[in-house]
Design a protein around this ligand. Structure first.
Ligand SMILES: CC(C)(COP(=O)(O)OP(=O)(O)OC[C@H]1O[C@@H](n2cnc3c(N)ncnc32)[C@H](O)[C@@H]1OP(=O)(O)O)[C@@H](O)C(=O)NCCC(=O)NCCS
Length: 334
């Protein structure tokens, strides 16, 4: 079997083929799809500073399987992050997936990494496949969606009015699109706060600085990901306290908004800021993006605080995912 390297600079037909294989492989899963620009950003950029590569199996002139691999260079330098290893449905159970895992393990090992990390839907072939190829579960995740057409907006407004008095010492700032450069250092601080969210035992927190934020903002703009962001500051001294963001894919409007990180920094917790930020951002989003029908959000299943907020807002379970890890130093399945 020939596993071909995909040219990512610039991305060409093979990456387009891998994107089509990705869509075909996950076609029977609920939730939004992924546009080519958004997929290209995931596979060719990853997080700022990551070294990215992608590989494809071509049969009869069509990409039938492949994967992307991210090699973090700033933190988590022990990892190779597999971003969606897929085999199209009609080519399964012929060992293609196993061969790609062995290939990814080899690539990661060669790059000095000791572990592969990936995530996959909990239901469907991935569970049996991941176990059969030597992965163990490291984190349970779930996606929830809020149907904006069915939401009770007066209830959302009431929830916000009820929560606001607890956050009286804070003010909110919001912006659409790329964050102004003077916000980058504050955003880096906030993103470091995301490291308190549950993550796998062998995954480090990410290190952030203004440059990394600037790179993320540039990638969002380049790949047409519009963002609606809100931060909370302590009114007394302007200290940055909390943050939330919703994405819309402008490249291929599909009626979905994607909730990204929400964080309240440790010393500012206990003022219902998480709820206030999410509700206020949601109301603003609804007003400015009336064509978006639903919002999807990801959480670790163990993230009780965030889940409580999401469920109070009316988010409902879509499906569960598993983060998987696999040592690559010991030769296992390959
Ligand atoms: C998961 C996936 C990559 C497997 O690809 P594949 O080429 O069919 O995998 P292989 O043929 O190498 O299967 C190897 C072993 O995994 C296990 N396995 C694969 N599919 C399975 C299924 N549907 N149910 C249970 N076990 C399964 C079996 O033990 C299999 O060995 P066997 O065929 O001798 O019984 C493919 O089904 C897919 O693309 N799924 C959707 C995308 C996805 O979830 N990707 C994440 C992967 S971590």
């Amino acid at each position: 079997m020939d596993i071909q390297r995909i040219d990512l600079d610039p991305p060409g037909d093979l990456l387009t083929g891998l994107h089509a294989a990705f869509l075909a492989a996950l076609a029977d899963h609920p939730g939004p799809g992924m546009s080519l620009p958004s997929y290209t950003a995931m596979v060719s950029r990853g997080f700022p500073g990551d070294v990215m590569e992608a590989w494809a199996v071509v049969e009869d002139g069509r990409v039938v399987a492949g994967y992307g691999l991210g090699l973090p260079m700033t933190d988590n330098t022990h990892l190779g992050v597999v971003r969606s290893l897929v085999v199209v449905p009609e080519r399964r159970r012929r060992g293609l997936g196993t061969a790609l895992v062995a290939h990814a393990a080899d690539r990661a090992r060669t790059a000095g990494r000791r572990m592969l990390l990936t995530e996959a839907p909990a239901k469907g072939p991935a569970d049996g496949f991941a176990r059969a190829t030597g992965f163990t579960p490291s984190l349970g995740e779930a996606r929830r969606a809020l149907d904006l057409r069915a939401a009770d907006w007066s209830r959302v407004e009431r929830m916000l009015a009820d929560a606001e008095p607890y956050a009286a010492g804070y003010r909110l700032e919001r912006w659409a699109g790329t964050a102004a450069p003077e916000l980058h250092a504050d955003l880096a601080l906030l993103m470091e706060g995301m490291n308190d969210a549950p993550h796998g035992d062998d995954v480090e927190g990410m290190r952030w600085d203004a440059g990394r934020v600037e790179a993320i903002e540039a990638t969002n703009a380049e790949f047409m990901q519009q963002t609606y962001s809100m931060i909370a500051r302590r009114a007394a001294d302007g200290a940055v306290a909390g943050y939330t963001r919703i994405y819309v894919d402008r490249a291929e409007p599909d009626g979905w908004g994607r909730q990204a990180d929400t964080v309240v920094l440790d010393e500012h917790r206990g003022h219902r800021l998480g709820l206030v930020l999410k509700l206020a951002n949601l109301l603003w989003f609804r007003e400015t993006e009336p064509d978006v029908d639903r919002i999807i959000t990801w959480n670790a299943t163990s993230n009780a605080h965030m889940l409580a907020i999401n469920e109070a807002m009316g988010f409902e379970l879509v499906d569960e995912w598993t983060e998987w890890q696999r040592e690559v130093c010991r030769r296992q399945a390959e």
